[in-house]
Design a protein around this ligand. Structure first.
Ligand SMILES: [Zn+2]
Ligand SMILES: [Zn+2]
Length: 143
């Protein structure tokens, strides 16, 4: 199976706005050429023509996995950071630090945050949870 040079007669131009395979072109991997040809076999070398891009499924799978990984990394790293609005961040940070260093209960800390910041209970709980977890982690590892 070798290229006899016949395939150049069927050589296909790169289509505009669509893929080569999508527009019905076929690829001969022996001749290394895209041709306009209806048959399954290369008119030049006789090798089986390719009608679909190689590894399309695999690539789609891979892309899905990479995106899933990125998403899970994001969801793992986000709780480490205490995210608060810029306007109240200093006070909230202080409150959370005080709470952790003075050993407040989570309930008390949530209540303090809500009282002085007018936070929703959900948001306050989230911040408190994050702050307490961030502080307790290194200790947990040591123990
Ligand atoms: Zn050829
Ligand atoms: Zn060929």
């Amino acid at each position: 199976m070798t290229c006899k040079g016949i395939c150049t007669r069927y050589k296909a131009q790169k289509p505009v706005g669509t893929g080569r395979y999508a527009s019905g072109q076929r690829r001969c991997q022996i001749c290394e050429i895209f041709i306009k040809w209806e048959g399954l076999w290369c008119p030049c070398c006789g090798y089986r023509l390719r009608t679909k891009p190689r590894n399309l499924k695999y690539k789609a799978k891979l892309r899905a996995r990479v995106e899933a990984d990125a998403a899970s990394v994001k969801s793992q790293t986000t709780p480490q950071v205490v995210v608060v609005d810029a306007t109240s961040s200093e006070f909230v940070k202080e409150t959370l630090e005080t709470a952790v260093s003075e050993g407040w209960t989570k309930t008390k800390t949530v209540a303090e945050l809500r009282k002085s910041e007018g936070m929703t209970i959900k948001k306050a709980r989230e911040l408190v949870k994050e702050a307490f977890e961030a502080k307790s982690k290194p200790i947990a590892i040591k123990a």
